[in-house]
Design a protein around this ligand. Structure first.
Ligand code: ATP
Ligand code: MG
Ligand code: MG
Length: 554
């Protein structure tokens, strides 16, 4: 552990421990708003906060920032919990900002009594017009100096829904000339006569993010509240709100900021991802093309690969774009370690071994994972008629083509050396069969002189009469642009890749017959695949997770 240089967040904590914090004061939180499914950007924040928890043996709360009933749903709460759990993290307490609505309300009343908050009865347009500019002070609201009694009365009526929904807001009374625009009497509450997924119709007013977030951290005794950089200007307000409720002896949380992580060829924003679902661009939040945790899981990603990805990009102070190829590298590396090898042909052409007896079949031993001896071996059936990949054969080829051609030898994986003899073509001139001969003495692993013969290529194959016919879903990038939402003038939906999903039929060795949902395999020489949840016993469906290499090796 201690060897890895500290990142700037860890440095902040180390300095605090040197100064006035004790180890058991450390406490962190991950604070999602349940308005969508978690995405790969959230994985960075999860790994950061829970990673700190592991490093410092400190509790990490899961806090749902559920202050906006318009967009939040129980379905999202459940999905978020499931995803964090699947990533392998355990939260200390499951908390909800909505559990603090009463406390927040009581504190707001105290602020009113103290002259720190007032009810403003202007429209939101009027309030916006009075904001001023960074170089010009704003205008004070005509309601700013309402009496405490009138404020208390109105605020209570707002709470009870006795005033029009948009009639009033509660604002903090700070400074309309503040250099930081966020300090110009920010809104603390708005009226919203909406049902909340947890508090039902109890509340007709809802706290704004700035008011709720820091106070929630304070209530939970969070020591360090890490958020993304856009909240840097909010820090002053965060501290101001906490100073209004803090009391001697109680730890004040500290907000610090780190850079958002973006991934190329996709978007990491719940709002935009929701649009993809609603507009039917993808099938669901867990569509394997989605950059959501649930999409990646369904695509065949392992928790380890996502954690490794998050750890390897680390935390930074500047926003940057991570190439999706790096994420693919991480899953490839992990699956290489754990995925059993099997043979499957995705673009078949028939290979007939003319000197192999018609009624014969034999079961050949095949190693399950060369990276893992304990994975053992299995048997695959071999017979006179096989499928091989179309692109593994050329009638004539130059010396760099290490696959099958007429007159040359290659090895069939786990089986025999064969030699191309002739082809059968249809009327359109397409090859429908390749005829070859095999050397019966060249069986893999037999130790015979013939089996040791050097041949240039090894091909995967599947016995035609034993093959499992399955559906295979191949995925490409969801967007054609590196940064689909980078152009302010253009809608990111214009850059959706129309060919991001291709459905084909594949032929697999029969050992896969009992594969279950989420099982992961390496289809040798092709890539990593996993069984999709749409799969059934009658019809197996596989998702391509990622190719073996960045692109097909030629
Ligand atoms: P979105 O725009 O997708 O809704 P958000 O930041 O509003 O993102 P929250 O539910 O508030 O989503 O996020 C929970 C935590 O995850 C926050 O602390 C947030 O800063 C962090 N987070 C969200 N997106 C990223 C990202 N791309 N990279 C790093 N951290 C992120
Ligand atoms: Mg947010
Ligand atoms: Mg958001």
């Amino acid at each position: 552990e201690g060897k890895k240089p500290l990142n700037f967040i860890e440095q902040i904590i180390e300095e605090d421990l040197q100064a006035n914090y004790t180890k058991d004061q450390l406490k962190f939180r991950f604070p999602p708003e349940p308005n969508g499914y978690l995405h790969i950007g959230h994985a960075s924040s999860i790994c950061l906060n829970f990673g700190l928890g592991e490093r410092y043996h400190a509790p990490v709360n899961l806090r749902f920032d559920d202050t906006n009933p318009m967009k939040e749903e129980q379905e999202y709460v459940d999905a978020i919990k499931n995803d964090i759990h699947w990533l392998g993290f355990k939260w200390a307490e499951e908390c909800y900002a909505s559990d603090y609505f009463q406390t927040l309300y009581d504190w707001a009343v105290a602020l009113i009594k103290n002259g720190d908050a007032y009810v403003d009865s202007q429209t939101s347009e009027e309030i916006a017009q009075q904001k001023g500019t960074p170089t010009q002070a704003g205008t004070e609201s005509p309601y700013r100096n309402r009496s405490v009694a009138e404020n208390l009365d109105l605020f209570e009526k707002m709470k009870n829904g006795e005033t029009a929904e948009k009639g009033h807001v509660l604002r903090a009374k700070i400074d309309m000339a503040a250099g930081n625009m966020l300090m110009r009497d920010p809104i603390m509450y708005r009226g919203l006569h909406r049902n909340h997924h947890r508090t039902g119709d109890s509340w007709k007013i809802y706290p704004m993010y700035d008011w709720a977030h820091g106070e929630s951290d304070f209530i939970e005794s969070v020591s360090h509240s890490f958020c993304t950089l856009e909240f840097l200007p909010h820090r002053e307000l965060y501290n101001w709100f906490i100073s209004k409720v803090s009391k001697p002896g109680k730890l004040e949380p500290k907000q610090r900021e780190f850079a958002r992580r973006n991934l190329s060829h996709t978007i990491v924003s719940k709002r935009k991802l929701l649009q993809l679902v609603e507009k039917g661009v993808v099938e669901s939040w867990d569509d394997p093309r989605m950059p959501t945790i649930s999409g990646l899981r369904r695509r065949g990603y392992t928790p380890e690969s996502i954690r490794k990805f998050a750890d390897s990009i680390g935390v930074g102070k500047r926003e940057n774009l991570i190439d999706v190829a790096h994420l693919e590298f991480c899953v490839r590396e992990d699956l290489n370690r754990v995925a059993p090898r099997v043979m499957g042909v995705l673009d078949p052409v028939k290979l007939v071994i003319t000197n192999y007896p018609e009624d014969k079949e034999e079961w050949l031993e095949a190693e399950n994972n060369p990276e893992d001896e304990s994975a053992g071996s299995r048997e695959v059936p071999f017979s006179r008629e096989l499928y091989i990949e179309k692109e593994d054969f050329k009638e004539e080829a130059n010396r760099k083509f290490f696959r099958l051609t007429l007159g040359k030898e290659v090895r069939l994986k786990n089986a025999y050396i064969i030699k191309g003899e002739s082809v059968v073509k249809n009327d359109q001139g397409e090859i429908i069969e390749i005829h070859c001969t095999y050397d019966p003495k060249s069986k893999s692993g037999s130790g015979s002189e013939e089996s040791m013969r050097k041949v240039k290529g090894t091909l995967h194959w599947v016995s035609v009469k034993h093959a499992l016919k399955v559906e295979i879903r191949l995925y490409d990038r969801l967007f054609t642009e590196e940064v689909p939402d980078g152009d302010k003038e253009k809608d990111y939906l214009e850059f959706v890749n129309p060919d991001s999903l291709q459905v084909i039929t594949g032929y697999l060795e029969p050992s896969l017959k009992n594969a279950s949902v989420m099982d992961k395999f390496q289809f040798q020489r092709i890539g990593y695949f996993c069984v999709d949840k749409d799969s059934s016993k009658e019809k197996l469906i596989f998702n391509k997770t990622v190719g073996l290499r960045d692109s097909w090796a030629k």
